[in-house]
Ligand binder design. Structure first.
Ligand SMILES: Nc1ncnc2c1ncn2[C@@H]1O[C@H](COP(=O)(O)OP(=O)(O)OP(=O)(O)O)[C@@H](O)[C@H]1O
Ligand SMILES: CC(C)(CO)[C@@H](O)C(=O)[O-]
Length: 297
């Protein structure tokens, strides 16, 4: 066992709306759209494994909150960096429910493997490697670049650094969320995305004209309906938050909830879900992007 290890933290990311932009080159493929990065995220620890200790040819043994798991993009990132490792993910976020856990796992693995194995790659190179892996696995299009940036990212042009262009909504907010279950990103992206992309482009125009959080939330609600992605439990919660209104909310965000893409998840600003009688998880928008948090021999 080599034992060298490093840990990275990657914020969660809920997409408020998006349009899909496939391309042959995975670095050029991606999405336009906007979302919130979250202080709830994923701690990714990469521990190097000697060739002699590896049980088989696979570059990775992955554990998610202590249980064995498979996230294809993680193995692809290690292969791209020519690293064999054990990867452990620790997170409070639900998986497969619209929080970008697969993107966080890929990006955190890139940062931590580069540090543990001293690969000498730059941040843009590591973001590109993670983005390509995520796109090729069909588990996300824009989460990685958003999670590398932090804040409230607007994805103006799709793709990895060198292709994509990012902006942001200059704001900070308390965020509440409730998850009713998973929605497969792979299935939605593999289907017909024409209506979704039209709705996503419209939402982006609205946010570019008025880059404020209430507009982001409103554009997100309209997108979910137009793209026909709204699921009944989420629609009910959005309605309940709107009905509970804004009188109790010191941040002035009362009544504002939307659906996280792509999951059976509702997120709200301020105290929207608590005011509506739900028992949400609570976090904040995250001011910064993915970062290394520790290295050890
Ligand atoms: N316990 C688990 N539940 C769901 N998916 C899991 C689990 N363990 C591993 N996975 C893998 O994690 C990945 C989840 O990716 P998916 O893109 O659906 O969700 P996500 O990244 O959490 O959210 P988003 O919808 O924002 O992309 C898949 O590759 C799936 O195979
Ligand atoms: C496709 C997606 C909604 C999956 O979470 C996300 O990666 C995005 O916004 O591109």
């Amino acid at each position: 066992m080599n034992g060298k290890r490093a840990t990275a933290f990657v914020p969660g990311h809920v997409t408020a709306f998006f349009s899909a932009h496939p391309a042959e080159d995975p670095a050029a493929a991606g999405s336009r759209g906007a979302g919130l990065t979250l202080s709830d995220g994923v701690d990714v620890t990469v521990t190097l494994v000697d060739d002699a200790d590896a049980a088989d040819d696979s570059p990775v043994a992955l554990a998610l909150n202590g249980e064995p798991a498979t996230i294809g993009a993680v193995g692809d990132v290690l292969a791209a960096l020519d690293v064999r490792a054990r990867v452990t993910l620790a997170t409070d976020l639900p998986v497969g429910a619209g929080f970008g856990v697969s993107g966080a796992a890929a990006l955190g693995t890139a940062f931590a493997a580069n540090a543990a194995a001293d690969r000498g790659r730059s941040e843009n190179e590591l973001v590109r490697i993670a983005h390509e892996a995520e796109v090729e696995r069909g588990t996300g299009l824009g989460d990685v670049v958003a999670q590398a940036r932090g804040g409230i990212p607007i994805r103006l042009e799709p793709g990895a650094p060198g292709h994509g262009v990012l902006d942001g909504v200059p704001a900070h907010a308390r965020v509440e969320y409730v998850t009713f279950g998973e929605l497969s990103t792979e299935d939605v992206l593999a289907g017909d995305t024409a209506a979704l992309t039209q709705a996503g482009e419209r939402a982006l125009s609205r946010l570019r004209a008025d880059p404020r959080l209430p507009t982001l939330m409103d554009a997100s609600r309209e997108f979910a309906e137009r793209a026909d992605l709204l699921v009944p439990e989420v629609a009910e919660a959005i309605e309940a938050v709107a009905t509970a209104g804004d009188s109790e909310d010191p941040d002035g965000f009362g009544g504002s909830a939307a659906m996280a893409m792509l999951g059976r998840t509702v997120f709200a600003l301020g105290t929207g879900l608590s005011d509506a009688g739900y028992d949400p998880a609570v976090c904040h928008t995250h001011p910064a992007g993915a970062r290394l948090v520790g290295e050890a021999q």
